[in-house]
Design a protein around this ligand. Sequence first.
Ligand code: IMP
Ligand code: MG
Length: 171
Amino acid sequence: MEKIKVLISQQEIEKKVSETAERINRDFKDKKLFVISILSGSVVFCSDIIRKLNIDFELDFIRVSSYKGKNSSGEIKFIADTAIDMKGKDILIIEDICDSGRTLSYIKDLFIKRKANSVKICVLINRNSEKIKNVDIDYMGFNIEKEFVIGYGLDCDGKYRGLPYIGKLED
Ligand code: IMP
Ligand code: MG
C-alpha cells in the first residue's frame, strides 16, 4: 500500500469551500449564474461549493483531458461539451487544479468566443510552477509548490479521487 502525506486537511478544505461559496454568493447576488464544472477532477469540489450557494444557478459539465499519470501530454483533448447556450450568460468555471493554465485559458477563450457575458474562474489549487500562466483566477483556494497532488477529486491514473483530503504519494 502506498503511503500518502496529507498536505491540506479536510478541515482546511471545508473552511476554504465555505469562504469561497460566500464570495460567490455575494458577487452573483441578484444574477443568474451558470456553473460549469470540468470533469472529472473538479466534481468533489464543485458539489461541495454548490451546496453552499444561495443564489440562482444552473450546473453543467464539460470533460477535457490532458494528463497521463503524473505528466501532462501538453495537448488538450475535448471529450464532452456543455449543452448550455452561453450567449449573454454569466459563467463560473470550476476546476480542481491549475498548473500551466493551459486547460483553463483554452476553456475560458472558448466560452468568450461563444459570447458569454462574463467568464469567471474558481480553482481549488494553483501550482506555483515556473510555467507561464495566461489565465486569471478569480476565486483561488490553495497555492502549492511543485508536488503532484491527489485526493478530493484529484487523481493519479484514475485513483485516489475519494480521499477527503489533499495529499501526495510518498516514494
Ligand atoms: P494545466 O492545463 O497545465 O493547467 O493542467 C491542469 C489539469 O491537469 C487539471 O485539470 C488536472 O486534471 C491535471 N493536473 C495537474 N496537476 C495535477 C495534480 O497534481 N494532480 C492531479 N491532476 C493534476
Ligand atoms: Mg482536471
